[in-house]
Ligand binder design. Structure first.
Ligand code: TYD
Length: 132
């Protein structure tokens, strides 16, 4: 369930920092939307839903946060805290994001434009979706 993809990092030879680049071959989908979460209070919780068809790639651009993933049977969690390591979330996975550090920024690359009809926001409905 935890699919971490390493993003190529170009370290500046003169010590001017790092540059990471996501080109289309890094993720197994065409990127149609980019959004980001920021100013998330440390006690706040994001996500709490699954998607029927959407692929997403989460990159912790700054700071850290935890992602809990549920496939209807198993639960896994991962801390994202490296800007060159992203998390691929495939369709049909329930996700919860929590424990955001101060200043954390979560960049999300998505395979489709926003469509509320693609969300499953009720956990029982998610279980039903997975048992079909
Ligand atoms: P939601 O996906 O539930 O946020 P999260 O999973 O981070 O908790 O979206 C929160 C609100 O923002 C919801 O009302 C839908 C809206 N929204 C858009 O209008 N466009 C988008 O691309 C996204 C991701 C959300």
């Amino acid at each position: 369930m935890i699919k971490i993809i390493e993003i190529p990092k170009i370290k500046d030879p003169e010590g001017r920092g790092n540059l990471s680049v996501v080109e289309k071959d890094i993720v197994p989908f065409d990127i149609k939307r980019v959004y980001y979460l920021y100013d998330v209070p440390s006690d706040a919780y994001r996500g709490g839903h699954a998607h029927k068809a959407l692929y997403q790639f989460l990159i912790p651009l700054s700071g850290s946060f935890d992602v809990i993933l549920k496939d209807g049977t198993n639960i896994n969690s991962v801390t994202l805290n490296k800007p060159n390591k992203g998390l691929l979330i495939v369709p049909g996975i329930w996700r919860e994001l929590e424990n955001f550090s101060s200043g954390a920024v979560c960049l999300v690359l998505a395979s489709e434009v926003y469509d509320e009809a693609d969300y499953i926001r009720d956990y029982n409905a998610f279980k039903l979706f997975k048992s079909r």
